[in-house]
Design a protein around this ligand. Structure first.
Ligand code: SAM
Ligand code: SF4
Length: 359
């Protein structure tokens, strides 16, 4: 071991080693944003107008995504989650899924391939996606009321989302999770209704505390509905029993009335789980991030497209490009901070909105 490369941060690693950071966290989950564009304009995520879209020429191609994913899998990543923006807006989404599903871990195991989507287009796409190798779906739905949905997402498209959820439920892809961002005075009176809706579809509802990631930078702690408030509301309807063994999962879970059905809460703000974080994020324009809230990024696009000086070989061969991707993965992991410190007064919101980072 003595002759293995050691970074300036003290983290060791060569291709094939796991991605371990300075705090001992092993990185096994890569969130892959496929586009920053979206069919909705959720107020907590995107501005109504004036979005500065990523240049189309900078969006990773399916070959580039596959290469990064393959190198990541060789370094111990076992889960890929496709997200965005809205991943189903990519015309080649089924091909992306097919290529990623074919990747194997160094031990020959299949990759856990999941997607987070707003559900629009899912009614048509769920079967082709399942056949291509998608394993799991998270679908976002913050309200069951059409007028409210229109107001919150600035688009009148709730029926398409509901059709997508029904199709996902019928597809047999399990576990099926529904995500809702709880907002004071907006949808906090639907907390119980949303859980009942999820149960009726064989799905698990997960409430997410609203985070300061809106492109308009309007986040306000007081309007965020906290984990404690969500649990208080749920406890008026069900007897909640904590489910042990959370591991690195962002959601804490509770069973309802002692049964098998569960509800989850992702308390990123009031009970951050950074100590267990095993995630890396790839933006649609090929920038690697070690946290939703990081202010720095690590350039993979330059490595893939042979930017001179990035890895010293302008038209590098396949092995050299793979080595360059691996080196960027390791540098990104080595630079990871212990936590996001949203509650710190010195906290700085990242320049990109959630849609451009990948949720
Ligand atoms: N468009 C897809 C969707 O909505 O599911 C995938 C991308 S979206 C950015 C992923 C998840 O991030 C969604 O569940 C969304 O509710 C959540 N999200 C977006 N902005 C958020 C914020 N400011 N705070 C908490 N969650 C947020
Ligand atoms: Fe689009 Fe998802 Fe952001 Fe809503 S949360 S605007 S659906 S990317």
């Amino acid at each position: 071991m003595g002759d293995r490369p050691r970074t300036t941060t003290g983290v060791r690693g060569v291709p094939g080693d796991p991605l371990v950071d300075r705090f001992g966290r092993v990185h096994r989950d890569l969130r892959i944003s496929l586009t920053d564009r979206c069919s909705l304009r959720c107020t907590y995520c995107m501005p109504e107008q004036g979005n500065e879209w990523l240049a189309r020429s900078s969006i990773l191609t399916v070959d580039e995504i596959e290469r990064i994913a393959r190198v990541a899998a060789a370094a111990g990543v076992t889960t890929f989650r496709l997200t965005g923006g809205e991943p189903l807006l990519r015309a080649d989404i089924v091909e992306v899924v097919r290529r990623l599903a074919a990747i194997r871990t160094p031990r020959g195991a299949a990759i856990d391939l999941a997607m987070t989507t707003n559900g629009i287009r899912l009614a048509d796409l769920v079967e082709p996606l399942r056949e291509a190798g998608l394993r799991r779906l998270n679908i976002s739905i913050d309200t069951l009321r059409r007028d409210r949905f229109h107001e919150l997402t600035r688009r009148d498209r709730l029926p398409e989302v509901l059709a997508g959820i029904a199709a996902a439920a019928a597809s047999g892809l399990r576990p099926l999770k529904l995500n809702a961002v709880a907002m004071r005075g907006v949808n906090d009176d639907e907390i119980v209704d949303l859980v009942e809706f999820a149960l009726a579809h064989g799905a698990q509802l997960r409430f997410i505390e609203q985070m300061p990631l809106d492109a308009g930078h309007t986040w306000d702690r007081a309007s965020m509905v906290t984990r404690a408030e969500i649990l208080e509301t749920l406890a008026q309807r069900w007897r909640l029993t904590p489910v042990p063994g959370r591991g690195g999962a962002p959601a804490e879970k509770w069973t309802l009335d002692g049964g098998t059905a569960t509800v989850g809460v992702i308390a990123s703000v009031t009970a951050p789980f950074c100590g267990q974080c095993d995630r890396l994020r790839l933006t649609a324009d090929g920038q690697l991030r070690n946290c939703l809230f990081s202010t720095g990024e690590y350039d993979l696009l330059g490595v893939l497209r042979g930017a001179p000086g990035v890895h010293g070989v302008p038209d590098a061969g396949d092995a050299a490009i793979d080595a360059g991707v691996d080196a960027v993965l390791r540098a990104c992991v080595a630079g990871k901070l212990p936590g996001h410190a949203i509650d710190d007064p010195a906290f700085l919101q990242p320049a990109r909105g959630m849609n451009a980072i990948g949720g």
